[in-house]
Design a protein around this ligand. Structure first.
Ligand SMILES: *Cc1c(COP(=O)(O)O)cnc(C)c1O
Length: 232
């Protein structure tokens, strides 16, 4: 079967992105197996996702619960779904049904709602805590200085398990400017690690997107969330 040009482009992009991840991993003395490429499929159609599946992708990131629900009906048995966008509390009931990891816990209130809804379906929901490292007013996430206290409180919830941290860097022309943001998140993760908070495991650092994923990997990311570089 020959692929249409746009299909072929996605396949080629995927190969290129995987290569770049591998090279960045080597620069941080790791292998690409230690880094999850989370393909961000928001706004992408069924056919595009099918190409990913044919080419070995098993985890996708979505930022809207409604859109993710539709895709889950089709691909829930072959793909693992991650929530990467801001999650409204009224959407949590559906979110806990489909997402294996929620990257975007940005308030303690949201965590309480996730705990309640996960508990009601007998699930323990894995989450990451979103940190607004750059301190931009427009962004979601905890300020670095309030993160540890928030994690302590969230860690007491029985149906939620904190597995790491997530951040979004500023959109900038020079990706090198994002490095301090990623470094700060890694240092915060290491600080939290040392506290050995019960029920908290600092396993994941979700940072880096198309513009800056190589720098994020160099600074310790083990989940990179990439959309544009794969689909454009
Ligand atoms: C869209 C999105 C991404 C992917 O961004 P690209 O620049 O397309 O790679 C990553 N993280 C979040 C939270 C997003 O909303």
């Amino acid at each position: 079967m020959s692929l249409t040009p746009s299909c072929q482009r996605i396949v080629d992009n995927l190969i290129r992105v995987r290569k770049r991840i591998e090279e960045a991993a080597q620069r941080s003395n790791r292998t690409s197996e230690e880094i999850l490429l989370l393909c961000v499929t928001k706004g992408r159609c069924i056919e595009e996702i099918q190409i990913l599946i044919k080419n070995g992708v098993r985890v996708i990131g979505e930022n809207r619960v409604g859109e993710a629900l539709e895709k889950f009906e089709k691909f829930g048995s072959v793909l693992s779904f991650h929530m990467i966008g801001h999650l409204q509390r009224r959407k949590v009931k559906d979110a806990v049904k489909i997402f294996d990891l929620i990257h975007s816990v940005d308030s303690v209130k949201l965590a309480y709602e996730i705990d309640k809804r996960a508990g009601s379906i007998g699930k323990c929901q894995d989450v990451l805590i979103e940190v607004n490292v750059s301190g931009e007013e427009t962004k979601y996430g905890f300020h670095p200085g309030e993160t540890i206290e928030a994690i302590r409180e969230i860690s007491r919830l029985p149906n939620i398990r904190v597995l790491g941290l997530m951040t979004m860097a500023l959109l900038v022309d020079n990706p090198e400017l994002t490095r301090p943001v990623f470094r700060a998140l890694r240092l915060l993760k290491e600080e939290i690690d040392k506290l050995e908070i019960p029920n908290v495991k600092m396993q994941y650092l979700s940072m880096g997107m198309t513009q800056d994923f190589e720098i994020a990997i160099e600074e310790g990311a083990n989940i990179v969330r990439i959309g544009t570089a794969i689909f454009s």
